[in-house]
Design a protein. Structure first.
Length: 469
């Protein structure tokens, strides 16, 4: 018997359409490939492009393609393989590797210690380069583009003088108590949720559901509701956001405002990892995604402005709340200079933006590594059991410090320094010539895995290396 077809056979005209569509796709791919060469070729031939001692341009890690360059391809490579790829590339080019974000080349220091000192030193960071991260990351620019971590050298020096006057050991100790109290509250909520209790926030805000409470704690269940699964990454991200919100705005922040900050910041953070938002003015398009991001940023700014107004009223009343915002509002330099309103708003979110993902990602990595190495977990537990789990005790524990340092060495939450755009031609150690307008930075994730520095077991999680010296 002949097998019957589930649907009519394609007609000749259908095959023509399919063939035409396939041909069009092939043609588009070919055009993009050719266009990439036409687009990036002149960039790599220009005078400013990084060149070796003999004048040859540095070959980039993977050929860049239009429109995103080669970073998207590099990021698709598994991390350990990515580190090896960068290391191999740098071995041929004086310890440097060149990548492209969109059409912008970046020189990454991979294996050149002298270059690390130069690129991160004041002679480059303050005197011969500028921060252009706002142009590269429009989403960051909208939220905290006028903050300390984003502005150029002149504004940075002024803001740095003002901000640093407000931070000292006593103030940091006050922040430590806020962190400890909030972390204890979050873990208590997690234990309560596991036992079927409601989160304290839930009891005070009837509009929230148990499902949303569980989600914020990283708890999810299967379809029949018999199995609960805990995702530490979600829990730690929520906890970090709440901790830093309280450090930033004070422990008196109410539930609605805290939730609004956490949710809006989550929208902003997702956009920050979306490559479409690297495209100029994508954030201004009338699509639902960009509209939601703009709304989230506007909401965050309005909340900060409300908190600033409240803080000024507190100052007028002669009372001071010890939080990040109060420190920034009070801060003055030797000439009485202070941050203006926009700078206050943007600096608060600079610290929030710099702290949430880095903290939660670092904690999640540490937990993962400890789960993979029970012998290290046991040794750490023994050290922690020798005293109270309080800041004054744990901050000086050698093995705990070694575990944290080793985790950050292998898996830093930020892969490298924010690139700086050169404002002058320079020659980097080893003889690499880099022209004005090129971005330079340090790739610490690869730098910290060099066998020549850390030994043959450089890829291994071994905290003892920080105790052995």
């Amino acid at each position: 018997m002949f097998r019957s077809w589930p649907s009519p056979l394609p007609t000749p005209s259908t095959w023509v359409v399919v063939g035409a569509a396939g041909g069009a796709v092939i043609a588009v791919v070919a055009v993009i490939k050719d266009f990439s060469g036409l687009w990036f070729g002149p960039i790599m031939r220009c005078r400013a492009y990084p060149r070796l001692q003999d004048g040859r341009p540095v070959e980039p890690v993977f050929a860049p393609t239009f429109p995103f360059g080669n970073m998207a391809r590099l990021m698709r490579v598994p991390p350990v393989e990515q580190f090896k790829t960068l290391m191999q590339a740098s071995a041929k080019t004086l310890g440097y590797a060149v990548t492209f974000i969109l059409s912008r080349p970046r020189v990454n220091v991979i294996d050149n210690d002298e270059a690390v000192k130069v690129v991160l030193g004041a002679k480059v960071t303050v005197a011969r380069s500028d921060r252009t991260i706002g142009k590269q990351m429009p989403v960051w620019d909208r939220l905290f583009g006028k903050g300390l971590f984003m502005v150029g050298p002149t504004d940075w020096k002024r803001q740095h003088r003002i901000c640093m006057r407000g931070f000292g050991p006593k103030m940091l100790d006050r922040f430590a108590s806020v962190v400890a109290d909030t972390v204890a509250s979050e873990f208590k909520a997690l234990e309560g949720a596991a036992a079927g209790d409601r989160h304290p926030l839930q009891r005070s805000h009837s509009g929230r559901t148990l499902e949303r409470q569980a989600t914020s704690l990283g708890i999810c269940g299967n379809s029949d509701g018999q199995l609960a699964v805990w995702d530490p990454a979600v829990f730690l991200k929520t906890m970090a956001a709440r901790v830093i919100s309280k450090v930033a705005f004070g422990q008196g922040i109410d539930v609605d405002d805290e939730s609004a900050i956490t949710e809006a910041f989550s929208v902003w953070e997702q956009a920050s990892s979306d490559p479409r938002y690297l495209l100029p003015h994508y954030i201004d398009l009338p699509f639902s995604g960009p509209r939601a991001v703009r709304k989230a940023i506007k909401g965050l700014h309005m909340l900060a402005e409300k908190f600033i107004a409240r803080e000024r009223e507190t100052i007028a009343a002669g009372d001071e709340h010890q939080n990040l915002l109060s420190v920034l509002v009070h801060a003055r330099d030797d000439d009485g200079g202070k941050l203006d309103e926009d700078e206050l708003v943007h600096n608060v979110y600079s610290f929030l933006g710099a702290g949430v993902s880095t903290t939660s990602d670092a904690l999640a990595t540490i937990l993962f590594l400890l789960a993979r190495h029970p012998e290290i977990q046991s040794k750490l537990h023994q050290e922690l059991a020798t005293g109270p789990l309080e800041w004054e005790f744990v901050k000086d524990l050698p093995y705990l410090s070694a575990v944290i340092a080793e985790s950050l060495r292998l898996w830093p939450p930020v892969a490298g320094s924010i690139a700086r755009q050169l404002t002058d031609d320079i020659v980097l150690p080893g003889g690499l010539r880099v022209g004005k307008g090129i971005n330079v930075g340090v790739n610490s994730a690869t730098l910290q895995r060099r066998p020549g520095v850390w030994g043959a077991d450089a890829d291994k999680f071994r905290p003892e290396r920080f105790i052995e010296g």
